[in-house]
Design a protein. Structure first.
Length: 210
């Protein structure tokens, strides 16, 4: 991957509320190194998927009101992560803009497509019969909210669809279903943020701005 001389695609976002304190550091051209701690083990595992499969350097440190529940911690972390992507992308000159991935994990198949459009819009389809929690702390209903929060803050169009969730006659494995979504989104983002050698440093839009 080649980045135009003089440009660094990094961001540091700090978000503090009465419910959470979040630090996110992102390097779009990093080495997939990750330092992640949110207090929610499964969520940490998912953010590691973003770093590893996106090829991003990622630090996430969140302290939240887990004595209430996981909602605020997950939501605010996702908002900060989206804001970091928006900041790191800058003017978006010379990027591919679009990315897509179809990712399998055993019996699960997920498709993700992203447009770094500057227009927040999220479509998310997953089974309704997932187990209510993973690891006893992560509510599976939060996955949609993660993508909505991330997409809004990053100002991207994001579609995530679970194409196959389980073997016929079996209940979906919630861990597999959610993890595959994170891997697919990471791979789609990796493609979208990559420099396009044919773009000649231009913004990939007929409007001239994204």
């Amino acid at each position: 991957m080649t980045v135009p001389a003089g440009r660094t695609r990094t961001a540091r976002i700090e978000r503090a509320t009465g419910e959470t304190k979040v630090l996110v550091e992102l390097d779009l051209d990093g080495t997939a190194a990750a330092d992640i701690s949110t207090g929610i083990g499964f969520f940490d595992h998912m953010l590691h998927q973003i770093a590893r499969h996106g090829g991003f350097g990622l630090t996430v440190h969140t302290v939240g009101d887990l004595e209430v529940d996981a909602h605020h911690t997950i939501e605010d972390t996702s908002l900060a992560l989206g804001a970091a992507f928006a900041e790191a992308l800058g003017d978006k000159k010379g990027i591919r803009r679009y990315g897509q991935a179809v990712i399998p994990l055993d019996e699960v198949l997920v498709q993700a497509a992203v447009d770094l459009s500057g227009r927040p819009y999220v479509v998310h389809d997953e089974p309704l019969d997932l187990a209510p929690t993973i690891g006893g702390v992560y509510p599976t209903t939060m996955t949609r909210h993660i993508w909505e929060s991330f997409g809004h803050a990053a100002k991207v169009t994001l579609h995530v669809s679970v194409l196959r969730a389980a073997r016929p006659g079996q209940r979906p494995d919630a861990h597999h279903v959610v993890e595959t979504q994170f891997k697919a989104v990471a791979r789609a983002l990796r493609e979208a943020v990559a420099p396009d050698p044919r773009a000649a440093g231009a913004v990939p839009s007929t409007k001239g701005v994204l």
